[in-house]
Design a protein around this ligand. Structure first.
Ligand code: UT7
Length: 330
């Protein structure tokens, strides 16, 4: 492998737990309605992990499909990157659990904490590690079981999230293909508009924290909404510019699937027709770090991504973080 090869996605996979929770089910749990959820978010159903499943289990199922699609085995993997906000444990990392369960015996492993932008961050970091010649094949996975971190009495958040995992294997591709440019941004000053207040050493989990609900996801929805549209639009334009491309060059646009209104607002700004986008928030809800990986795998398997296509992945999430990867598909 040359020192400065091109790097990109060799194969993708995804997994979503069997159980499906409908808006009708939620109507029986909190004061909400199918109509409110559909019109405000576009969500109709979401997948919910079984009690016996952990985030690492979702990772394994998605990773096996990505390995199969790339024609590689766990033995070929040099590094495992798991992007998640809902790890099995604080320590050890979910990536280490995946490395062990999958049998990636020669691989390093670590988690990435970048909220819903995690898959975008992982794609950029892994591609650049391969480009730099440090590793040959990197397994990246965005995976979440946010159903265990939401307050099922809080209608403003519990209707939004779903569980799942999206994976890809990243390796060397011919010159001119793979990742052309990326942009990873953050604004930590806005961290408190989307957080889990009692989840670390600053505010440990105590009986009081549990009783007050501070162990669950807290989100100031309208503030996050505005920031999401602003940053996903800006990071996409910036990354296209870095790649020497224009918005008209996009063949497939995959945005973080948080809310169909956000996705459509960005599409409008970019002048993108529906057939150049993949939207599945209606079926999966917001799966945070998994969303872009799940959507990309669905688009690929549906035959919507072709050799030579310009594929744009854009994300936004807790941190706040945002980012974009522009690639020419192999
Ligand atoms: O993935 C990370 C990034 N996350 C996002 O990008 C999410 C961004 N935010 C959003 O998607 C939207 O802000 C939400 C879907 C979370 C909320 O939609 P909204 O249109 O911004 O609604 P809102 O929060 O301004 O609430 C409007 C009303 C409120 O009632 P009042 O005060 O007007 O009487 C809420 O109490 O809707 C009420 N409401 C609900 N009503 C029925 C909030 N949640 C619900 C609900 N069912 N589930």
């Amino acid at each position: 492998m040359s020192d400065k090869c091109s790097a990109g996605i060799l194969g993708t996979g995804h997994y979503a737990p069997e159980k499906i929770l409908t808006n009708g089910d939620l109507e029986k749990m909190v004061d909400t309605s199918d109509e409110w959820i559909r019109t405000r978010t576009g969500i109709e159903t979401r997948h919910i992990a079984a009690q016996s499943e952990n985030t690492s289990d979702l990772c394994i199922k998605a990773a096996k499909k990505a390995l199969e699609a790339s024609g590689l085995t766990p033995d070929d993997i040099d590094f495992v990157l798991v992007a998640t906000a809902s790890p099995d444990y604080v320590v050890p990392s979910t990536a280490c659990l995946v490395q062990d369960k999958l049998g990636c015996t020669h691989a390093g492993a670590m988690d990435i904490s970048a909220g819903c932008s995690g898959y975008i961050y992982a794609t950029a970091l892994a591609s650049n590690l391969v480009k730099a010649g440090m590793y040959k094949h990197i397994l990246i996975i965005g995976a979440e079981i946010l159903s265990r971190l939401v307050n099922w009495h809080d209608r403003s958040t519990c209707i939004l999230f779903g569980d799942g995992a999206g994976a890809a294997v990243i390796g060397e591709v011919p010159d001119g293909y793979g990742l052309l440019a990326s942009d990873l941004g953050s604004d930590g000053s806005l961290g408190k508009i989307l957080d889990i207040p009692a989840s670390g050493v600053a505010e440990p989990v105590t009986h009081r924290a549990i009783d007050s609900g501070r162990i669950y996801i807290h989100m100031e929805g309208p503030e996050v909404f505005k920031a999401a549209v602003r940053h996903m639009d800006a990071t996409t334009m910036k990354t296209l510019d870095k790649a020497g491309l224009k918005k008209e060059d996009i063949n497939m646009f995959i945005a973080h699937q948080a809310n169909n209104r956000i996705i459509q607002a960005i599409a409008k700004r970019l002048g993108l027709p529906q057939d150049k986008m993949w939207v599945n928030v209606n079926r999966f809800g917001n799966t945070s770090a998994a969303s872009v990986g799940i959507a990309l795998d669905e688009a690929v398997r549906a035959g919507k991504v072709h050799h030579g296509d310009i594929v744009v992945l854009t994300g936004f999430g807790a941190g706040l973080t945002w980012g974009c990867d522009v690639m020419r598909w192999m």
